[in-house]
Structure formats: C-alpha cells, structure tokens
Design a protein. Sequence first.
Lengths: 403, 98
Amino acid sequence: MSHALSGYLRADGRKGIRNVVAVAYLVECAHHVARAIVTRSDDTEVHLIGFPGCYPNAYALKVMQAITTHPNVGGVLLVSLGCESFNREQLRATIEASGRPVETLVIQENGGTASTIAKGLEAVARLRTVAGQTPRAPMAISELVIGTICGGSDGTSGITANPAVGRVFDRLGAAGAACVFEETGELVGCETIMASRAITPELGLELERSVQKAEAYYTVMGYGSFAPGNAEGGLTTQEEKSMGAYSKSGSAPIVGILKPGDLPPSGGLYLLDVVPDGEVRFGFPNISDNAEIVELIACGAHITLFTTGRGSVVGSAISPVIKICANPETYRKLSGDMDVDAGRIMEGRGTLDEVGAEIHDLVLAVAGGQRTVSEALGHQEFILTYKAFDPIGPACLPLRRAS
Amino acid sequence: MSAILLHPDDNVLVLSAPVHAGQAVTIDGQAVTVISDVAVGHKLARHALAVGDKVLKYGAPIGSITAPVAAGGHVHLHNMRSDYIASHTRQATGAKGS
C-alpha cells in the first residue's frame, strides 16, 4: 500500500494515531480539579475523561480501563476525591501493566483544590515528557479500528452519508481493518436482514437477539431511539430510522458482536451491542451520542465516522471524530463544523462512490495526523454513565473461537 | 420535482428538494397536485395508500398507514405509525411532563 502510516507503538503492540495524556476524574466531586488541570495545561494533547458516579459499577471500570489503555493514550493522571467507590487501585494497576506512565492524585490527601491542581499540572508535564518518548512504527490499515455512529439523523441520512460510510466500511474491512457499527436500538426492524449477513447461523441468532433485547429495553423506557428532530427531518418511525442507520454497516459479512470495552480480535465488521443486559436499570442505554462514541473508543476505535442530517457539532476526547453531513441544507448552515459534504449527493453534485472515496482518504489523512474539524475546534466531549452487561456469549466471536 | 425512488418496490418517494402546496408534479407519469409544503428528506406517497397498508422504503416495511393518503400526499406522523415503538415529538414530550 502507498499509504505509509506511522503509529505510536505501545508496549502491548497496539498502535495509536494520537498521543494523548488523559486526565481522569473518578467521581463528579473531582471533576472541577481535573478540568482545571486540563484547562490550565492549555495543550491540545491533554484530554479530560471521567466517571461521575460515587457507587461502584463494573461496566464503568471496564470502560475506563479500556479508554486509559487505548492506543491513542500515552499517559494518564487519575484524580480522585478519596472517598468514592471507584476502584482507583485496580485502574492504576491496569494502566501500569499496559506500560504507560500513570500518576494518582487524591484530593483529600493533597491539600485540597488549589494544591491538587498545582500538583496535577506538574504531573501532566511529567506524563507528557514520558509520552513524548513513545517510539513510532509503521502502521498498516489492518491495524486500524474504525467506529461509526449517526446523530441528528433525518430523511437524508440513510440516502447519502450512511451508505457512503457503508462503502468506506466495505473498503477498510477488505483491507483488514476492524469496523464497528452500533446502537442496536437503531436496528429495530433490520434484525432479520442483518442476521442474514452473519458468518455463522449462531451469530445470526445472537444478532437478532441483541435487537430484540434493545426493542424490549426501549419499550420499557417508553421512548425509542428517536428524537423529535428525526421527525422534523422527515423520518417517521423507528424502523425507518433503523433502515437508514443500518446502511452505515455496508455490505460485508458480520464477523462478530462486541460489548463496550471488548476489543475486536481480528479485522472485519462487528456490531457493538450497546443495550444493557438483564432487567431495565439506570435509565436509557446511551443518554446521548457521545456516550456511544465513548463505547466505540472503549472497543479500540482510532477514529469515529459520525454521520449527521440535522447537524451535530460534537467531537470526542481520545479519538478523532470525522463528521459527514448528510443534508445539503444543513451543510450550508454548519459547514464550519463538517468534514465532508455528503449532502451533495442529494443535489446531484456527487455520487456515493465519490463521497465514499473522499471519506476513505480522509480516514487515512486523519490517521496520519491531520486534524478533523471538531478536533481543531477543540471538541473533546466525554460521557460515561451506569450500565450493566453480561459477557458476550461463545457464538458472538466465531473467528476467535475457530482460531 | 426532485425525488428519489430508493427501491422499485417502494410506495413512497423521498424529496431531494422541497415541494410547495399547489405545485404540479409528475409521479410515475401521473400528474399530481401537491397538497401541502413538504421539506427535503420527507416522503410523498407514490400512489394512493389505504389504512393498514405497509409503507415500503428501501424495499422494506417502515410502518403502517393510519389514515388514507392520496398519490403525492405527505406520508408522516399524521398518517402512519411504527409497527415497533411509537415515535414522539417535542410537544408530546412536554405534555407527558417528563
């Protein structure tokens, strides 16, 4: 391949396309201190992440472990109030075992707010120095993990941006990259079609079950994964939105199901099951788009392809977000927030293949260090809430089982 | 009129440019007058639809008709519903007090 990527080589052999120092608050009570450290660091490579809850949650710990050992992360500062439940010792041990530098500041043991912020700034400087010594190594497309999400969908999303991303997924997946699509609640109505693409009948059954779980969960919650703006943009029903969202997955066979924090064991196309298992607890599966992006990153996503019709402006901490605008009228209003004008397909100024090729080339450029629009604007959203999952079943990863 | 037929089996078209009330359009060779303003991304009936008909888009059912629709009529929340989970609007959300 002529695309010579160069990644940050981590001790576990994975490679990153960014070299971020993550400052993580471990309860809302430590959020201000962590944020002040990030803000005063005034460094685009220092990102704020965290979990607000004081009660323990295995899912939150798993996601925080996955994010802090993501290949885009070169070092971590943990900021704890001191009395919260979050298992900071285990998180720290996981980060240390990954070969990354990590420091912990407990506010109650460091003289309070002002003193902890001052110590945090010194810690970030140390972590940046160590992270800066990370070796670079050639990186193949097959080492990339790419996620996709749609947000603010409308009647154009399923015609322009989503199928264009589907073409990108087909091409990157064929080159050996792991491609992850998600939001089983936005696949309600597509379960049978989707199941027919599974590489084994058992996986097909699991795919159908994951959507049935989502339908049951959202039915209890009283609302589908459907916002008023979706209807204003011409989408009428959940299953209509689903058919459009589903086209992001392209046409390749589906090789497995992941849950948040699971890493794809090979290249190919995966469904990320984001709806909790068991009885309905803790509220909506993902309270907004960024919660889904965090879960994609927890599955190793180096880049997220975000399609939008109504016009989302978000980015993310840790991994860049490429925003692909489906609606030509939205693009004219929000062009300063968009990386790709897929709405031109609606107006006959481009084809799905052309826009797909543009997104594909942009993925490689961003993997090579080019800033996305949301990165350049400073978007670093991050949200993590309570959830409960059972581990994936043996039928979910047939390739790993076979190897 | 600029509209897209996504699949030959579909009974709705997706607008790629807005249409306006009173506008004369041609659907499958038939002259039709548009009844209301309809925005980009919204659906028009390809032919008359009756209560209980499945709405087909992308060649797949996306819900059922709840009130009769004439050819060229706007197909949306007022005349179709999900076969799975009900959709909601901002107004309905407010009325529910949640």
